[in-house]
Design a binder for this molecule. Structure first.
Ligand code: PAF
Length: 273
């Protein structure tokens, strides 16, 4: 596995690759969720590039940029074992320039729900992902369905800018007890972790209700809120694939979204129906 830290070397490495290139952009602290993206990308492409970059522009002032988990050595080993060809780990100056052109997330999709709680977050995400796409020029790029809104915004970016690549959504990976994997789970104390489980329990209840024939978004949201009475729920929303709120569940077309604070840790999770 080649480790590359500068943009110029990545460009020449990429230029020498023939065939398809899979790309998994990450912020490191890799877990099984990232591994499922990496494995899928490995299976589907001739070459595999992973990036690790904790992107400052997607963190709001007061968020966890400084304490975001950084585990370079462990991440390197994970990538090596997973068959990554090229690991790109740039310093900030390799990616960001003075007075640069700025991309903006869509004014609806980028500023509702997660974007409403974290205004400007998705501007930073599209900025860095566009840069990484420019450098890596992937055939396919892999993103988790856990970050459903990010995934939709990046699909829109690909469509709106006619980018010659395919965005591949990958299912959420969960612990055995249901907790969705996230790099931020390491912040949870044992008691917070126990309380955080109510999020996946609420989503499971929603799924059971829908399987039993319930279609009212209001009734499903009420039941979910009852299940999550030990945590600070920021929102429970049921939306279509373009994130327009739904009153009635439409099968194959709906996503149930949850964001909650458990202690100081903000968690998101969702269910694709
Ligand atoms: O999902 C993430 O880890 C980040 O938002 C991403 C896509 C790597 C951009 O920094």
């Amino acid at each position: 596995m080649k480790i590359i830290r500068d943009a110029k070397s990545l460009k020449s490495e990429r230029a020498a690759m023939e065939g398809s290139v899979g790309f998994v952009p990450t912020m490191g602290a890799l877990h099984q969720g990232h591994l499922s993206l990496i494995r899928k990308a490995r299976e589907e492409n001739d070459h595999l590039i992973v990036s690790i970059f904790v992107n400052p522009t997607q963190f709001l002032p007061g968020e966890d940029l400084d304490k975001y988990p950084r585990r370079e050595e462990a991440d390197r080993k994970i990538c090596e074992l997973a068959g990554v060809d090229t690991l790109f780990m740039p310093e900030i100056g390799e990616l960001y320039h003075d007075d640069e052109v700025k991309l903006k997330a869509p004014s609806y999709l980028g500023y509702i729900l997660e974007g409403h709680r974290r205004p400007g977050h998705f501007d930073g995400v599209v900025q860095v992902v566009m840069k990484l796409f420019g450098l890596v020029q992937p055939t396919r790029a892999y993103f988790g369905k856990k970050d459903a809104q990010q995934l939709r915004i990046l699909q829109k970016m690909q469509e709106d800018f006619f980018l010659p690549l395919t965005i591949v959504p990958v299912d959420t990976v969960r612990e055995e007890d249901g907790l969705a994997l996230s790099s931020r789970n390491v912040y949870l104390s044992p008691d917070e972790r126990r309380r955080a489980l109510s999020i996946s329990r609420a989503l499971k209840r929603a799924s059971k209700m829908v399987m039993a024939g319930e279609r009212s978004a209001k009734r499903i949201k009420e039941t979910m809120m009852e299940t999550m009475d030990e945590i600070d729920v920021e929102y429970v929303e049921i939306v279509d694939r373009n994130f327009r709120p739904l009153e009635e569940i439409k099968l194959q077309k709906s996503i149930v979204l949850v964001a909650a604070k458990v202690g100081e840790t903000r968690l998101i999770d969702n269910l694709w129906l």
